[in-house]
Design a protein around this ligand. Structure first.
Ligand SMILES: [Zn+2]
Length: 403
């Protein structure tokens, strides 16, 4: 294996790459791999190569096992001319992550984590999640034939249990403080040799880089002005920023886009710290939002997300549940069915346009992180419009459907 090491994102202490170690022993902040500064895209037929094969030079693996892949990545960047004209921006594009194998962006980080686990000889993996990441790790763990542990809160709704359970991991409902489960799983996993692929482990962040890589490639290596990312733990945002940074370092693109960290106002710890000029995030008490997938009151990569946003003159924004639900409906009219969290970027863009922060000449990419079918209970908040008629009335109803 090529010599790589993990660096603390805050104090820069160095750790060996071959260990299961997501956080710094000294200061507790997340670790990361050094930025790649010399690499090229392995351009081949995307019908046969895997995502990791295409970007292999940007990953720390001596070899890629394509059999671990379920076909993640290579998701569409869909342009919405109607919406861009409604919102008054030059171009609006949706990076549609709902088309991943388990219908969310998490598959990118999961494949990178599984590849790392296999490379360091670890055959037991796990995660702490109740949503997208649990399903992703359960599916990829099953595919890889690895013993897989999924820790969920005891209060998880049944609707969320079945899509995880179908892949037959060890599914463990934990009664206790769910907020501490992330940190406890890291500690226990390190002791027992279980690789917990939690929200911001270094390789999961590496996997998220590919969202940035693909956006650049899909825009013929033009840089969008804004990339808006729904943000919870902070790992995906960090990965997307790192992806753009590495393409700049490698001379593939000339500059960074403005990165927007978008949160729900019912749970916005990163936005709160950013808007009040604080250096570190504070736990949100009593978080509540329709966007469950980003309802993390104390994001483990919150401080690093904050540092990176400030380093690159990015933005933070928080939007209301009403605005999120409206954006979910608006996006669905463009044919894209995202979960509420995935509609947060569009709601954020509407607000940024209203404030005049985003100007009319801007090209904007909204990252649609996960599919609306993931948690259909949230749809109860959406109005449903149907028309009832008899067979005899059908011709007149079809002739004037809105009458
Ligand atoms: Zn440190």
């Amino acid at each position: 294996m090529i010599q790589h090491s993990l660096l603390c994102t805050s104090c820069r202490r160095e750790y060996p790459f071959g260990e299961i170690r997501p956080r710094c022993q000294q200061c507790g902040e997340p670790l990361e791999l050094q930025k790649v500064s010399h690499a090229t895209i392995n351009v081949a037929d995307s019908l046969t190569q895997t995502m990791l094969e295409r970007y292999s030079a940007f990953f720390p693996f001596a070899s890629i096992d394509p059999l671990l892949s379920l076909g993640e990545g290579f998701t569409p960047l869909s342009e919405s001319p109607r919406l861009s004209s409604d919102l008054g921006v030059r171009r609006l594009l949706f990076k549609n992550e709902t088309l991943n194998p388990t219908w969310s962006f998490k598959d990118r980080g999961t494949i990178a984590g599984i590849q790392h686990a296999a490379a360091i000889g670890c055959s037991r993996i796990g995660t702490v999640s109740t949503g997208n990441m649990a399903v992703s790790v359960a599916a990829y763990g099953a595919r890889a034939g690895m013993e897989t542990f999924v820790l969920v809160s005891d209060s998880i709704p049944e609707e969320k249990i079945s899509p995880i359970a179908i892949h037959q991991p060890h599914l463990i409902r934990v009664n206790g403080d769910y907020g501490n489960l992330y940190f406890e799983s890291v500690r226990i996993g390190t002791d027992l040799g279980i690789y917990f692929l939690n929200s911001d482990v270094p390789l999961r962040v590496e996997g998220s880089k590919t969202i940035a890589f693909e956006i650049c490639e899909q825009l013929q290596l033009q840089v969008p002005d804004y990339v808006i990312v729904p943000t919870s733990a902070g790992g995906n945002l960090r990965g997307i920023i790192k992806g753009f940074e590495e393409f700049v370092l490698c001379g593939l693109i000339p500059r960074m886009p403005t990165i927007v960290c978008a949160q729900a106002s019912g749970c916005a710890p990163i936005f709160n710290a950013w808007s009040t000029g604080k250096d570190s995030i504070e736990r949100v008490q009593a978080p509540h939002t329709i966007a469950h997938a980003i309802e993390n009151p104390f994001p483990p990569s919150g401080n690093q997300a904050l540092r990176k946003i400030r380093e690159h003159d990015g933005l933070c924004i928080a939007v209301s549940d009403d605005a999120i639900l409206q954006a979910q409906r608006t996006m669905a009219r463009e044919g894209i069915f995202g979960q509420p969290a995935a509609a947060v970027p569009l709601a954020a863009l509407r607000q940024l346009r209203k404030e005049g922060t985003v100007t009319e000449d801007a090209t904007v990419v909204c990252v649609v992180t996960g599919c609306g079918l993931k948690y259909t209970a949230a749809l109860r908040e959406q109005p449903i419009s149907t028309t009832h008629c008899t067979l005899e009335q059908l011709p007149s109803v079809l002739a004037s459907p809105r009458a």
